[in-house]
Design a protein around this ligand. Sequence first.
Ligand code: G6P
Ligand code: MN
Length: 447
Amino acid sequence: MKLAMIGGGGFRTPLVYSALLRDHAPGRVTDVALVDVDASRLTTMARILEEQARGVADAPHVSVHTDLAEGLAGADFVFSAIRVGGLDGRARDERIGQSHGVIGQETVGFGGISFALRTLPVVMELARTVARVAPDAWVINFTNPAGIVTEAMSGVLGDRVIGICDSPIGLARRALGALGLGGRRDAELRYAGLNHLGWVTGLRVDGRDVLPDLLARPDLIESFEEGRLFGAEWIQTLGALPNEYLHYFDYRRDVLQADQYEPSTRGRYLAHQQGAFWDRAGTSESPLAAWRLCRHEREVTYMATNRESAGMGERDEADILSGGYEDVALALMRGIAHDERARLVLNVRNRGTLRELDDDAVVEVPCLVDSAGAHPIAGAELPDHGRGLVVAVKYVERQAIEAGVHGSRAAALRALARHPLIDSVNVARALLEDATSSFHDELSHLH
Ligand code: G6P
Ligand code: MN
């Protein structure tokens, strides 16, 4: 079985490879093709993976490619995790957002739209190349903003592209942990929304929903990350557990305020941190050790501004180490390849699941995975307070797709002006102008 990793020179590749190394079952991945535009990162990444594989007898063979079609040839699965414009682009989006008093985070608000506008032409080309070179391959999309990117790619690949995110499973794991049910992998999660915009609406264990047990206990709610972030009182008021990215919506003003006092944005911090990592790892005797150190630092500081604004202090060590994204990816791949039925929260086409949205809208809901792909499980339901927001943001996503895929500047303006986190058409216009001048080449398709 061959896995092609587009953006394989990216920082999270070793997480995926370590999950592959743990898999010794028949039919596992035997070949990994790393594809990246950056040849020097590919060289360093190959060294990191080689170090990871030491002492593992049946380690998957790794090859590196700067040519996309070459890397894709014969692939059964394709992971896509790319960042158009790099971390510097992420930092520029944040800066532009800040300068107009709006959220510039890479998936939420202005940042999400700007990132989508420059990413969509590239992922559409990727989708077309997959369709041509590896027409039977399944594409697992990690590229952010994952919901928008998955929906756009589904226009070419249909249900063969599936989006993933680790935040729903992380939230469920932490909530179960708070109830002392951390070991219950069979717990049935009820979840509904869009990527980075959803809620846990139920947690069934032994046929009983234990979410009300959690909601009744402020002390338990505030014993885990999202509970502290949103506060027990607000979570009890909602009657559901929000995805951490909803913090930007629910506490927008507080986050913007905290942002003003940060010495640098997340993107700027990561651009420096990761730059130093690639320099160090390139010459280090143990690039894997350098990677581990850097990853720990990256996880410790994850969503620091949001946590700061909520006054909640450090992350739990267990959350820092647990990851999740690579396990979701592996379970999805095995589910499809071996018809190993798995229940996973994934980004797939709606197909009547959420009644507020049409069939082709990509939503983030629990799915049943088998050899025919990922099928949304009927019964997912948005909490009442989330319905308007989800419909509004899906409209925005669609306009962003229209803009990014077909080059419509008017659609880009509609996306920005209608975004719930952007509060004036004048601001939307100014943001669009700043984005098109800052990303002159990447956004040259807008007219
Ligand atoms: C979570 C999200 C991903 C996102 C990542 C960002 O895992 O689900 O969508 O890419 O965090 O983390 P970073 O370290 O880049 O801020
Ligand atoms: Mn995500």
